[in-house]
Write a protein that binds this ligand. Structure first.
Ligand code: SAM
Length: 278
């Protein structure tokens, strides 16, 4: 016998949650589904990086509550993100249809949207994530990169410093939050050249110091152009960098053929030919 799911419309609790992505560029990236979640909500929470984008959102709904004001220099971002979860859950528990709107994709390098959906579902509320166009999507378009060509690794820059990770320099390397690299307090909005030098020291194990590094900032307003700055790896510490850039390293080495696997594939192909003749 089929047991109805906890979240089926028959027994989901009143109150619901949708976390949607606003995309990166004002006016052009919002999907019809995301817009519909915003318009149908009782209350909208906004985690957006640009105040103009927030003003645009306010034109779509009369009750938009900004989450930005909970950030403080010196205050742990994790504390802020937990507050965001509680703010949204308070309204969900009160029986409201809540929409959390986050810039880019709500599930990419974003802790609160994943957490609040987990909490809401655990408490028996319907909860949904609606994807958006992220900085990652924009950089593929603006830099002309196809991640399928050589493969593409993504790392949060501090995680790369703090843990033993394996970088593959035959593919693209995308580093997020380089402007904050090495901030273990999670309470600063930027670190600085000395911290980025540690990142360069780490990367120089796999890349020559004259290897090209692309510092990328996608457009958030339609009047802007993407900002693309190319520097040598050794110059990354002194390069202009805020919390809003993503750093891309193109491949440094050519792909090496896996001869053992190619031999095994040859054997399989030969066997397939024999089987086809039988
Ligand atoms: C907290 S994450 C948020 C990512 C966002 N959810 C998304 O879907 O792109 C912040 C990081 O996203 C990247 N980022 C944010 N705005 C960007 C922009 N305009 N252009 C390029 N990268 C950006 C940077 O790596 C930044 O440190």
């Amino acid at each position: 016998m089929n047991t109805p799911s906890l979240l089926s419309p028959t027994n989901a609790r009143a109150g619901s949650l949708a976390c949607v992505g606003m995309g990166m560029t004002l006016g052009s990236h919002l999907t019809p589904l995301a817009r519909s979640h915003i318009e149908q909500a009782d209350v909208v929470f906004a985690g957006l990086s640009d105040s103009l984008v927030e003003m645009w959102l306010q034109r779509m709904h009369p009750d938009v509550r900004s989450l930005q004001s909970y950030y403080r220099e010196g205050k742990s971002r994790m504390k802020t993100y937990r507050q965001w979860v509680e703010l949204m859950m308070t309204e969900v528990r009160a029986g409201k249809r809540v929409c959390g709107v986050f810039y880019g994709h709500p599930g990419i390098f974003a802790w609160s949207p994943h957490k609040v959906i987990e909490v809401a579902r655990a408490e028996g509320f319907a909860a949904h994530m609606e994807p958006g166009i992220s900085a990652e999507d924009c950089l593929y378009a603006d830099l002309g990169i196809d991640p399928g060509r050589f493969g593409c690794q993504h790392f949060e820059a501090s995680q790369l410093l703090l843990f033993e990770r394996r970088i593959d320099p035959t593919g693209y390397l995308v580093l997020w939050q380089v402007g904050l690299v090495g901030d273990r307090s999670t309470a600063r909005f930027k670190t600085g050249p000395a911290y980025r030098q540690l990142l360069v020291d780490l990367l120089s194990r796999d890349y020559p110091l004259d290897h090209e590094v692309i510092i990328y900032r996608g457009a958030t307003l339609p009047i802007q152009q993407p900002r693309i700055i190319r520097v040598a790896l050794r110059d990354l510490p002194e390069a202009p960098l805020t919390a809003e850039e993503t750093v891309v390293l193109p491949p440094a080495r050519t792909l090496q053929p896996n001869l053992a696997m190619q031999e095994r594939l040859d054997a399989l192909d030969r066997q397939a030919e024999v089987d086809a003749l039988a």
